[in-house]
Design a protein around this ligand. Structure first.
Ligand code: ZN
Length: 282
């Protein structure tokens, strides 16, 4: 009889100890979960990508404003009283300002001034853009253009990349979505253009944006009145791309910790209730 009672109180002590250990684990897991969730929330507006601290090592973006100013070579399209090279110059400058204000980016413009001219003919002008980006050691190459077509009804935004996958494609898609959001213009989607000179020869991920049609009355009027919305859309797309890759690469681990922590918490609570029931029975 006494022996039985001793065993019983021994078991009870073990159960009580187990109970305390579980409460301690529960508390630790809850703290981990809160920290992990806080890290996930704070990750928007990330200051690090792939372990790179953007405050000391910013992402370098080369903005090619597409063409040269008149009366030089490599001029852009003309339509509805507007000139492609003037609009792309303006949008490029606005985009550069947004990126510089952000602090996580370093920018190089192909035409820092209205009078800047690249190359001495069509080919050397294109090569000068590719060389400029390489010299700047750009991480990304963005070429700004405006479309033109004989049929004035053609309209909308499209983004060209050399391939249909990889970083250029993912980056281009973010930029397209950014512009669609801010301008509300029609989407013509992502286009594969492996033969476009700058896409073919750039030594870093590269995209070419066709920001509407200068030959279309509505697109042209919109470009003239709201060039800032194209710059803002491209900027938003760039930020989206890096926030998304930050979450994918760095915070994936924290997400897993958070989910595991929640699951463990549930398990421990269920286990605890079960243990109490056993204790009550005893
Ligand atoms: Zn062009």
């Amino acid at each position: 009889m006494k022996k039985q009672e001793k065993t019983k109180s021994g078991r009870l002590r073990t159960l009580l100890l187990l109970d305390r250990i579980m409460i301690c684990i529960l508390a630790a897991v809850m703290v981990c979960a809160i920290l992990a969730f806080a890290a996930v929330i704070l990750s928007s507006g990330a200051t690090a990508v792939d372990g790179r601290d953007l405050e000391t090592d910013p992402i370098r973006i080369y903005i090619d404003q597409g063409h040269n100013p008149a009366p030089h070579h490599n001029l852009g399209a003309e339509g509805n009283g507007l000139y492609e090279q003037d609009l792309t110059f303006q949008i490029g400058c606005m985009l550069a300002e947004l990126l510089r204000e952000d602090g996580r980016f370093e920018v190089c413009l192909s035409r820092p001034n209205e009078s800047s001219v690249l190359g001495t003919d069509q080919n050397s002008s294109l090569q000068a853009r590719v060389d400029g980006a390489a010299q700047f050691e750009a991480d990304y190459f963005i070429s700004l253009h405006i479309n033109s077509f004989t049929d004035a009804s053609a309209n909308g935004i499209e983004v060209h990349t050399a391939g249909r996958s990889g970083d250029s494609y993912a980056f281009g898609k973010c930029l397209l979505n950014g512009m669609l959001d801010t301008t509300g213009l029609k989407s013509r989607g992502m286009k594969q253009s492996a033969d476009l000179y700058v896409l073919k020869n750039a030594t870093m991920p590269a995209v070419l944006l066709e920001m509407g049609f200068i030959s279309n009355q509505n697109d042209a009027a919109f470009l003239q009145q709201h060039p800032d919305l194209f710059a803002k859309g491209i900027y938003d797309g760039i930020v989206d791309h890096f926030d998304a890759s930050y979450i994918t690469h760095v915070n994936m681990l924290l997400c897993i910790i958070a989910i595991t922590a929640v699951l463990m918490t549930i398990l421990i609570i269920v286990g605890n209730v079960f243990l109490r029931k056993i204790k009550q029975k005893k």
